[in-house]
Design a protein around this ligand. Structure first.
Ligand SMILES: [Zn+2]
Length: 493
């Protein structure tokens, strides 16, 4: 081929050199990130990711150095190189790098691409206003039944959407297995499953809106133990053909995650979903009435959640009338649940199948400890409400000290005088109370006050963040107390 230089050792050496420089650049970037997050104990997911990336980077670098040494000590024979160049010329493809190094460099390039994606993920992570809720949401995911621990990274995104990235470490594991051996891959299998949840960065301080995250955690619950998919396949069998079963599976998953989110977080989730989508342009697109390929139409999603939301306000089961604060909260919730115009719904044939599958899902134990008990909601919302009215942080449920100490539900964790308020009660109470005030305002007033109202909401959210932080602290102290108590028993015995 005229004008084409032959591939020789010096060119191989340069390719190697550049590759090594690339790896060292990555190492420096990793070190930068490690230093940046060194002080933050609240981001174990970031620390986990950095640890994995560093481990792999040094593994791959070591391999590259060994390969190049081998190539220098035993250079490719002239005959073999000739054959390779000939092959490349007849097939009209570019001449390959020295055969000994080719695989090493190619794999390293793939690794570099994968690694840069992950570094992008943690180049910017959640800020301080999000801090108060990152711990509770992580704990919610960890409380789900499953065979492995879960860790989550929260990432602000420029897009106006909430999204989950399930398999942050999986592609890295594949690369590790391919070149560093099954032992290294085995290390990955013993680590927690690392996921990332993206949220709109401009909502950073809007704690109420972040209730949408419960849906993303619903996705984790759905795939854990593969129960969700099996329920869909069993229910659709014989009722929908293969194409429809596959087609409506994605809609079923979204309905299912909405349901699971309501059960984990309460009415706040359903309302936040409505509020969130009000700010999106789907309302101006006629196609939105039909739903997309991945998500069902929104009004239909809300309709499917009505039963789940209503459970939190049902008073018949204990025969007690609802507390006044719960009556107001119920009125606000009903108002929001009925706000959206009707859409096209689900085509007739699929709807009963989806409903049956949702019912089965509701009966299966998918959430375990992560479920937010209706009783807790009803017990705690009145206390949260009255604390907010008094301008006090609704972090603790205090029982009167003038009475006999009350029988604690769990004597190890709960003191008989007071207990930390469940963070979800603080969130629901704060959110619903804010919306109740909002409902009192007339439309012209709402529009006139515009950004002032936004600031007021952000201030309210800050109050809720502080309250959640307090209750979490209280909870952590009680847990430590319990752990120390157990230690004392061990020492005595
Ligand atoms: Zn979803």
């Amino acid at each position: 081929m005229p004008g084409q230089a032959q591939w020789d050792e010096s060119l191989s050496a340069r390719v190697l050199l550049r590759t090594l420089e690339g790896v060292e650049g990555l190492e420096a970037q990793l070190e930068d990130l490690r230093l940046r997050y060194a002080e933050r104990e609240d981001v174990p997911g970031v620390a986990l990711l950095l640890r994995c990336c560093s481990m792999l980077t040094s593994g791959f670098k070591q391999l590259l150095i060994e390969d190049s040494r081998r190539a220098l000590e035993a250079p490719e024979s002239d005959k073999r190189r000739e054959r390779r160049i000939q092959r490349a010329q007849t097939s009209n493809r570019p001449v390959e790098l020295d055969g000994n190094l080719e695989a090493s460099v190619a794999l390293l390039r793939r690794f570099e691409d994968q690694l840069r994606l992950r570094l992008e993920l943690i180049s910017e992570i959640h800020g301080q206003p999000f801090d108060a809720i990152s711990g509770p949401y992580r704990r919610l995911a960890k409380a789900l039944p499953g065979d492995r621990d879960i860790e989550i990274i929260f990432k602000p995104s420029p897009a106006t959407l909430y999204e989950i990235w399930f398999k942050v470490l999986d592609d890295l594991r594949v690369l590790a297995a391919a070149r560093l051996g099954e032992d290294m891959a085995g290390v990955f299998d013993r680590l927690p499953r690392l996921m990332a949840i993206e949220y709109p960065w401009h909502y950073e301080r809007d704690t109420f809106m972040h209730a949408v995250i419960a849906h993303e955690i619903g996705h984790i619950a759905f795939v854990n133990n593969q129960k969700g998919d099996q329920i869909w396949l069993d229910t659709a069998a014989g009722r929908l053909d293969t194409k429809l079963t596959a087609g409506y599976r994605r809609w079923f998953i979204e309905f299912a995650c909405d349901m699971l989110a309501c059960r984990m977080l309460g009415p706040a989730y359903a309302i936040a979903l409505i509020e969130h989508t009000l700010g999106q342009n789907i309302w101006f697109e006629p196609a939105a009435k039909k739903g997309g390929t991945s998500h069902p139409p929104l009004r239909t999603r809300v309709r499917k959640m009505e039963v789940e939301v209503a459970r939190f306000f049902q008073s018949e089961d204990n025969g007690q009338p609802l507390h006044d604060s719960l009556k107001v909260a119920k009125a606000v919730t009903d108002h929001w649940m009925k706000m959206l115009p009707d859409d096209e719904g689900i085509p007739g044939i699929a709807e009963p199948v989806i409903d049956d599958a949702l019912e089965k899902l509701g009966e299966a134990d998918i959430l375990g400890e992560a479920e937010y008990a209706v009783g807790t909601f009803r017990d705690q919302i009145p206390a949260v409400w009255s604390a907010l009215t008094a301008g006090v942080a609704p972090a603790e449920i205090v029982y009167g000290r003038d009475r006999e100490p009350r029988e604690a539900t769990d004597p190890q964790v709960r003191s008989s005088w007071s207990e930390p308020c469940d963070w979800r009660s603080i969130l629901n109470g704060g959110y619903l109370r804010w919306l109740a005030e909002d409902k009192e305002r007339s439309l012209p007033d709402l529009l006139r006050r515009g950004s002032a109202l936004t600031n007021e909401r952000i201030e309210r959210c800050a109050h809720i963040q502080g309250s959640i932080e307090l209750s979490e602290l209280h909870r952590a102290m009680l847990e430590q107390h319990k752990a120390l108590g157990q230690l004392a028993v061990q020492i005595e015995s």
